[in-house]
Design a protein around this ligand. Structure first.
Ligand code: ADE
Length: 219
């Protein structure tokens, strides 16, 4: 799987890409490339944004800058790219990311477009296949959203997470009918009077399975 991320802040991804499941995914063939719009701008002095038509607060990432970056990197018309891969704008105005969408995205090559300031010129609609939000709140830019989306997608790639079972029946998955997972406890069995449920230390695996299924139903 190929993942190309366009951003004004590629260094924001340094810590994230060093995480063990990302490195594991890279060993299994995930190719992540970070591209800075500013490196491809056709404008003077590294300009990438401009004031909004009609007035108003903030700056808008220019569509000519975005297309110049995509065309320099992929060597083709920016509007034709969507025939080959999912081109995703991260925006609070987008469709909300969920487990099913993460699984769907894991099956494609992806190009993620991060906006800053007031976002990207609306004509980005001619370039993208998807506009995705990670939740009903506004972040300062698309980078954190791109990392959240990448994390959710990479967990769906076979082999990226060391214990595959932990991915199959995790919260929001189809296996749990979109519900949340049962609670987890570890040692000590009692701490400050806070006790682990007796059934979990009983050694009775059938009873434990029943208890966990009950927790999934009621949560
Ligand atoms: N950019 C700013 N806020 C965002 C959000 N909630 N989701 C995706 N991208 C964003």
């Amino acid at each position: 799987m190929k993942l190309d991320v366009f951003t004004l802040f590629p260094e924001a991804f340094d810590w994230f890409l060093g995480q063990v499941h990302l490195r594991r995914a890279a060993d299994l063939g995930l190719q992540v490339n970070l591209w800075n719009y500013r490196d491809y701008t056709p404008l003077n002095a590294g300009q990438v944004d401009d004031a909004p038509y009609g007035g108003g607060a903030g700056m808008v990432l220019r569509i000519d800058v975005l297309c110049a970056a995509l065309e320099a990197v992929f060597g083709q018309d920016c509007a034709a790219l969507k025939d080959q891969r999912r081109v995703v704008e991260l925006t609070p105005k987008g469709r909300q990311l969920d487990d099913a969408l993460a699984a769907e995205l894991a099956a494609a090559d992806l190009c993620l477009l991060c906006g800053r300031y007031e976002g990207i010129d609306e004509r980005v609609e001619h370039v993208v296949t998807d506009r995705i939000s990670i939740g009903p709140y506004v972040l300062s830019g698309g980078e954190v959203a791109a990392m959240a989306l990448t994390d959710a997608v990479v967990r769906k790639l076979e082999g990226a997470v060391s214990n595959p079972e932990s991915v199959v029946s995790e919260s929001h998955s189809p296996e749990l009918n979109g519900g949340v997972e049962y609670p987890h406890y570890t040692r000590p069995a009692e701490y400050r009077g806070w006790r682990v449920p007796d059934v979990l230390v009983s050694g009775n695996h059938a009873a434990i399975a029943r208890w966990r299924a009950g927790q999934v139903r009621t949560r």
